[in-house]
Design a protein around this ligand. Structure first.
Ligand SMILES: Nc1ncnc2c1ncn2[C@@H]1O[C@H](COP(=O)(O)OP(=O)(O)O)[C@@H](O)[C@H]1O
Ligand SMILES: [Mg+2]
Length: 261
């Protein structure tokens, strides 16, 4: 039996995210006008992981906020499935660097929260258990956020977003505060989730290795005002071998693009 949600997901898989000539200027009381993004373009399709990499302050988080519908651009267009993005939607999930779990809810209830808020928990309850299994959270269902490690909290935040099965998932350096080992494990878990749900994933990272390990494409931004300076298609099957010559060549290619004089 095909449930309604599955058939929606199939239809939505044709949708593309297309951003063109995006301009975002902030009016800063002290510094006057500050152009965060200028003529920035990005396209992505379902099942793809696109990494955004660039110097601090070049507008990466700003771009994710625009795609999430949490902020508005002054110029250019951002469309998903041909429709301009006008405001926030559960169909575009955001995972921030700082995990914002509800401290008074257990892991299980934190994951279920969004489904309950949308009134679809009864029909989609099975997804909560699926998230717990896929994200390695078994045994922690009844724990509260203060009882779990930073790695586990990051997993819960990621699960909270994927459980909604959004078309677009925005990851803003969610793993940057974690140790290298935990990060590597969660990278694989995110790849599993991508294979299962096939959303569009935009991932901001300052970790070149993370970008080469996970992304299908790496979009490199210039220093502020951020704009495209290049794109690298990472054409390697998963699981990727982090110490293979090819992997290291990709790392060099990204580093070369990030050099400015
Ligand atoms: N709400 C805001 N008001 C004023 N300036 C902002 C605001 N948000 C971001 N900026 C500025 O825009 C620039 C880009 O910020 P951000 O997108 O957070 O950079 P990144 O994520 O690439 O490090 C920075 O100079 C930042 O200070
Ligand atoms: Mg940022």
């Amino acid at each position: 039996m095909v449930d309604a949600k599955e058939s929606t997901a199939v239809r939505e898989a044709d949708k593309r995210l297309v951003a063109k000539d995006v301009l975002r200027v902030f009016d800063d009381a002290d510094k006057g006008e500050l152009t965060a993004l200028h003529d920035f373009d990005l396209e992505a399709e379902h099942g793809e992981i696109v990494a955004l990499i660039g110097p601090s302050g070049c507008g990466k988080s700003t771009f994710l906020r625009l795609v999430a519908g949490l902020d508005k651009a002054q110029g250019g267009t951002i469309e998903y499935g041909g429709e301009p993005i006008k405001g926030p939607s559960y169909n575009r999930g955001f995972v921030f660097q700082e995990t914002n779990l509800y401290p008074w809810l257990t892991v299980e209830k934190n994951i279920a929260f969004g489904l309950k808020a949308r009134g679809v928990y009864k029909q989609q309850k099975h997804r909560v258990q699926e998230m717990i299994d896929l994200m390695g959270l078994s045994g922690f269902e009844k724990s509260y956020p203060h009882q779990i490690s930073g790695g586990m909290a990051a997993r819960v935040a990621i699960a909270q977003t994927f459980v909604q099965d959004p078309g677009i998932i925005l990851l803003d350096e969610p793993l940057s505060a974690l140790d290298a080992f935990t990060r590597a494990v969660i990278q694989d878990e995110i790849l599993k989730m991508r294979d299962r749900f096939k959303p569009i994933i935009l991932m901001v990272t300052h970790d070149i290795e993370e970008a080469v390990y996970m992304a299908d494409r790496i979009v490199v931004l210039s220093p502020r005002p951020g704009t495209n300076i290049g794109e690298i298609v990472v054409d390697m099957p998963h699981p990727r071998d982090r110490i293979s010559p090819q992997f290291i060549e990709y790392r060099h290619a990204v580093m070369d693009m990030l050099q400015f004089d």
